[in-house]
Design a protein around this ligand. Sequence first.
Ligand SMILES: NC(=O)c1ccc[n+]([C@@H]2O[C@H](COP(=O)([O-])OP(=O)(O)OC[C@H]3O[C@@H](n4cnc5c(N)ncnc54)[C@H](O)[C@@H]3O)[C@@H](O)[C@H]2O)c1
Length: 255
Amino acid sequence: MSRRFADRRALVTGGAAGIGLATARALAAEGARIALLDIDAPRLDETAAELRGTGAEVHALAASVADPDAVRAAFAELDSRWGGLDILVNNAGVIGKRAALDLTDEAWSRVMRINLDGVFYCAREAGRRMVAQGSGAIVNLGSIYSLVAAPERLAYCASKAAVAAMTKVLAIEWAAHGVRVNAVAPGYVETDLIAAAVRAGEIDTVPLARRTPVGRLARPDEIARAILFLLDPANAYVTGHMLAVDGGWTAYGYV
Ligand SMILES: NC(=O)c1ccc[n+]([C@@H]2O[C@H](COP(=O)([O-])OP(=O)(O)OC[C@H]3O[C@@H](n4cnc5c(N)ncnc54)[C@H](O)[C@@H]3O)[C@@H](O)[C@H]2O)c1
């Protein structure tokens, strides 16, 4: 196992489950020090304990990315432990399915506050520290719905398209300061998010797998591998990029 991230200080938001957890595991396996920020405190504690069991240094921060004061407090706590930050994986996110005409103010703003405001609050705090130290790497979680559209997902698609724009703006503002900002655009991934949508009758994974040229959903570790590629200091010339990790979903335009 390579140690590309030995002693790097990495914060993963939404790190208690799914893609965030897979990314934290992969970073820890390559030597990174890990901070997990998640709103689900009991699950956060379980995940932190699991990662500590592998010998990793892990800090658990119970907070919502949508609360700017809580985000500031979490970064301040990391300052006192680590004195800086090398990696941010801006992963926490939620979905929501409703026809545009039925989308309430609350449903719209819940998705926007977590998927967009939360990404901004965390990127801003991380960027302040990384620009000051002259190095750092951020990966934001976009989606195939940063790039293409699905019906009844107005807030989700709009939030993820905005994450794509934010990734580019931050990348060009911070490039000269040694800070890279990239994003991944996963297709459908086997996580609790998708399992809950299946249980709620909101999606059916059989046609989704059929619609995917690779013929199946992704595993969380497959998304984590792409995130680590973008974080890898060896890829210092890659910034402002959104990498589709979608089994060919966005390439497909036939019948
Ligand atoms: N699963 C997919 O098919 C898929 C596809 C494309 C993009 N994504 C994106 O990947 C990211 C992770 O998705 P996942 O499938 O791993 O989700 P998940 O629901 O399995 O895990 C998300 C984690 O984020 C946490 N979280 C939710 N709201 C939060 C908040 N306000 N503050 C802090 N933590 C919060 C949850 O507690 C959970 O631990 C999301 O941004 C999602 O939009 C997922």
